[in-house]
Design a protein around this ligand. Structure first.
Ligand SMILES: [Fe+2]
Length: 314
């Protein structure tokens, strides 16, 4: 994970928050994680944002420039807000260990992670991490030799709906206590494996300043850190488009076109051979999200009011 201190000015952050709030007001986004809410703003500011990412990842891709990165998506990640369970697949308001979906098909991708929070929400005692990344070098057992992740997620076995005793029996584990010490890897090979929690070696983000940004490979496992700080991150994903910098297609399995943003992004690439055609399908697809967005207005309001409070302080 790369940290770039004070990469973004207060003025830029204020405009980013305003753009996000306006997108919530007009419900101009996908429901899950408010994908593409800042697509116009980010397109406008692509040279700055892609430039930050290119500079950060240059040690991994020598000579890379901003123009060799394309925008994949942007999204909003509220964590520890009272009523912002923003992802329909998540039961809580934190992210568990995962690698990102798009990286299963195409890559390499990098997330530009921009943390935002109210100063008032930060407690003096809060020295815990906001986001954790399990780097390849620091966690070699979680990755294949070529650097790809061995699984798509590290699962807390106690979060599964099957009774703990059944899982213990299935995995040949003597007790629920022993199970609790481990995470489950559902490996790409199909096997289930245990990985001791104590062996995780995360890179952490503790008390970032407003304006600091972080860049990490989205095919490295990442999760919300244990901090209880109420925060909202704006995340923007970039794809390295040039084969000479490592671009590759991992899976040629055709995705269903026009089904969710991942399907549209990948489908457009497979169909038209570019990374821009998908953009024309976003607005019609966002029209289909309106029912879900309307049903979850309380959550939108919760994120909006937190953004307004953050904006006042910036
Ligand atoms: Fe992610």
């Amino acid at each position: 994970m790369f940290k770039i201190k004070q990469a973004l000015s207060r003025g830029f952050l204020k405009d980013l928050v305003k753009s996000t709030a306006a997108g919530i007001e007009s419900r101009d986004c996908f429901y899950d994680q408010l994908h593409y809410i800042n697509r116009h703003f980010i397109e406008e500011h692509k040279p700055l944002l892609a430039g930050i990412v290119a500079q950060a990842i240059a040690p991994l891709h020598p000579g890379i420039i901003a123009d060799e990165l394309v925008i994949v998506n942007d999204f909003v990640a509220p964590v520890n807000l009272e009523d912002a369970q923003i992802h329909t697949a998540h039961r809580n308001n934190k992210y568990g260990w995962h690698v990102d979906g798009i990286d299963r098909s195409i890559g390499p991708c990098y997330n530009l992670w921009i943390p935002l929070y109210r100063n008032g929400a930060l407690k003096d005692t809060d020295f815990q991490s906001l986001i954790d990344v399990l780097g390849r070098r620091e966690n070699p057992k979680l990755y294949l030799e070529n650097g790809d992740p061995r699984a798509y997620a590290l699962i807390d076995p106690l979060s599964l709906s099957a009774p703990a005793a059944t899982i213990c029996e299935y995995l040949g584990i003597s007790s629920e206590y022993a199970l609790r010490q481990n995470l489950l890897l559902h490996c790409l090979s199909g096997k289930l494996e245990l990985h001791p929690r104590a062996h995780l070696n995360p890179t952490t983000v503790i008390k970032p300043q407003i304006g600091d940004v972080f860049v990490f490979s989205s095919s490295q496992y990442h999760a919300s850190g244990p901090s209880s700080l109420a925060r909202i991150a704006i995340s923007i994903k970039f794809l390295v488009r040039e084969p000479r910098h490592g671009f590759r297609v991992l899976s040629a399995v055709p995705q269903v076109h026009l089904a969710g943003w991942v399907g549209v992004f990948l489908g457009s690439y497979y169909q038209f051979g570019d990374f821009s055609s998908y953009r024309k399908y976003l607005s019609p697809l966002i029209a289909l999200e309106q029912g879900t967005l309307a049903k979850n207005q309380a959550k939108l309001n919760c994120v909006h009011s937190e953004l307004m409070a953050i904006q006042k302080e910036i």
